[in-house]
Design a protein around this ligand. Structure first.
Ligand code: FAD
Length: 520
């Protein structure tokens, strides 16, 4: 007999992990070993557009966890199945019987394919007499808890967020951290079946997902819960550093300590700027569950002396509100699963007429659109697998409203590129931008790329760093070299002219959206 905790690529931590904790309790209660199982599935990563950076981050975190689990005498058992649809049968027919497992615990993944997989595991497992438990853990407030007064699901963020904050005030236990799992009895190593699991190897890479920039990315986003906690501490207690958008380790230089002038205290303005380390950079860690949302809010609560602030009035309140977007988009995805199947939330926008233009799509991906802020962001995306929120919005808006290319192409490319790629947040961000989402930017409000550029990168440092063709430009020219420089000078830069005209493309977008958006 033994208990299995099935760790997924969304809950890669030991602390505050609901299923892991409950599995440990069960193992203690029955006096049986606890095994952590991790299933590698290249077929799954492919179909879900996982990036090489995210898969590499996953492997690095497994390597971080293994010795820490071994300290608790808990083996990390790794299996690999390329055919994702075979996973339920393989686990229930092969893996669990080979361990004599009678109890299985896992945290719920709310994506449709994962839910279907888990339903199959529950069904097959129970048929074989196993006790299978799938538990809420990913979010602070589980999907389905927040409803309107009429008992309906809510699709507009602001009232939903107020209800979220109210619920947390009424039920503070939602923020409680789960105790860490207890160690196995050392005798687990004397049983041949379990002893050999301690030798399970974590592969160096997953075929088809080798990460070419691995060393560099490991510098920028080091693995492990300890790193995530230090990033959070710095966000709450140190001053922002200018030009930290460059490729440097976030932990390398001593950041200046200051609670009063900390990054979180300046978040209301900082979050819209891209010329420094103004936000927490925790998204890769939250997306892979290296740190939990509860752990993050626990620290935010300590920062404000024990009370959870949430709202636009303070930096920390604003940040907590931002963290709640993560819950919101998961709530949207689980309430209206069509959004994760390539459907717009607002069905009336299903028929917007998109351009088909491979060259434009490629120019966008390569950062060669002739719009410096878009190009800087897209090149940063390629190099780091991460972008600041403001430039995610600007570059996404450029693809959809200026190039008039289907938002799903951009959604897929971001997933394939980001180290923090997350279906709910990414889809939410794209549908907001494309004006097709639950709480969208109205279709007639179209970002002016140039104005956005001047606001989010006032000195042009971000652009100059990521677009070296423009590194010697001074003043406003860096935002719009084509219009600000004599054409003979512009030609010498070796930088592309704008691939679309802002004014004309804006009119095209308005026309196309109006065509479908205003017919009922
Ligand atoms: P902070 O500003 O420090 O915020 C803290 C945490 O709150 C983030 O780490 C994140 O977990 C959460 N959060 C903040 N804003 C949002 C948001 N709008 N939606 C959901 N969660 C949020 N975020 C992802 O984690 N993965 C994605 O794949 C992703 N794709 C996006 C695509 C588009 C088009 C847009 C506009 C946004 C996307 N976001 C995504 C949301 C947001 O841009 C990132 O979470 C944020 O930039 C990460 O930086 P940070 O950790 O420093 O955030």
């Amino acid at each position: 007999d033994c208990v299995v905790y099935w760790m997924r690529m969304e809950d890669m931590r030991i602390e505050d992990n609901t299923a892991f904790h409950r599995a440990s309790e069960r193992a203690q209660e029955f006096g049986v070993p606890l095994v952590v199982l991790f299933v590698l599935s290249p077929g799954d990563y492919k179909i879900h557009d996982r990036s090489t950076k995210r898969i590499d981050f996953m492997l690095r975190n497994l390597r971080y966890l293994k010795p820490r689990l071994h300290e608790l005498d808990i083996p990390l058992h790794i299996v690999s199945y390329d055919r994702r649809l075979s996973i339920p049968k393989r686990l229930v027919n092969d893996v669990f019987p080979s361990l004599g497992a009678k109890h299985l615990f896992a945290n719920i993944e709310y994506e449709v394919d994962e839910l279907r997989r888990d339903i199959a595991v529950v069904k097959l497992g129970r048929e074989k007499g196993m006790d299978v438990r799938c538990l809420h853990d990913r979010l602070i407030v589980p999907p389905g808890r927040i409803k309107s007064q009429a008992g309906k699901p809510m699709s507009v963020f602001s009232p939903w967020q107020r209800a979220w904050a109210k619920l947390l005030a009424a039920e503070p236990k939602l923020l409680n951290l789960s105790p860490s799992p207890k160690a196995n009895l050392e005798s687990v190593k004397k049983d041949e079946r379990f002893a050999k699991l301690f030798d399970d190897e974590i592969p160096d890479s997953v075929e088809g997902f080798e990460c070419a920039e691995r060393k560099q990315i490991a510098e920028i986003f080091p693995e492990g819960t300890e790193t995530a906690k230090e990033l959070l501490r710095r966000f709450l207690h140190t001053k922002p550093r200018k030009t930290q958008f460059q490729i440097v380790s976030p932990l390398s230089e001593g950041a200046q300590e200051s609670k009063k002038e900390s990054r979180v205290s300046q978040y209301q303005t900082g979050r819209n700027l891209v010329d420094g380390d103004n936000s927490s950079r925790l998204s890769p860690y939250l997306a892979s569950g290296v740190i939990s949302g509860r752990m993050v809010l626990d620290e935010a609560k300590k920062y404000t002396g024990g009370k959870l602030e949430s709202g636009r009035d303070t930096g920390v309140g604003m940040w907590v509100q931002e963290v709640s977007w993560r819950d919101f988009y998961n709530h949207v995805m689980s309430t209206w699963p069509r959004v994760s199947m390539g459907r717009p939330f607002l069905e009336k926008f299903a028929d917007v007429q998109w351009e088909v233009n491979e060259e434009h799509l490629q120019a966008w991906k390569d950062g060669k659109t002739g719009y410096p802020i878009v190009d800087a962001a897209m090149r940063a995306c390629k190099a780091r697998g991460w972008m600041e929120n403001r430039v995610r919005m600007v570059s996404a808006s450029f693809l959809v409203k200026s190039l008039m290319l289907d938002w799903r192409l951009g959604e897929k490319y971001f997933m394939e590129s980001f180290i923090d790629g997350d279906l709910a947040a990414n889809n939410g961000g794209w549908q907001w931008t494309a004006s097709t989402g639950t709480d969208p930017q109205p279709y007639f409000r179209i970002f002016n790329t140039l104005t956005q550029s001047e606001k989010c990168d006032p000195n042009g440092d971000y652009i100059r760093y990521w677009v070296p063709e423009l590194k010697n430009l001074k003043g406003k020219a860096v935002h719009d070299p084509y219009h600000q420089m004599p054409s003979s000078e512009f030609k010498k830069l070796g930088y592309p002219a704008p691939i679309v005209d802002h004014k004309k493309s804006r009119e095209r977008a308005l026309f196309r959206y109006k065509n479908v958006g205003e017919k009922e």
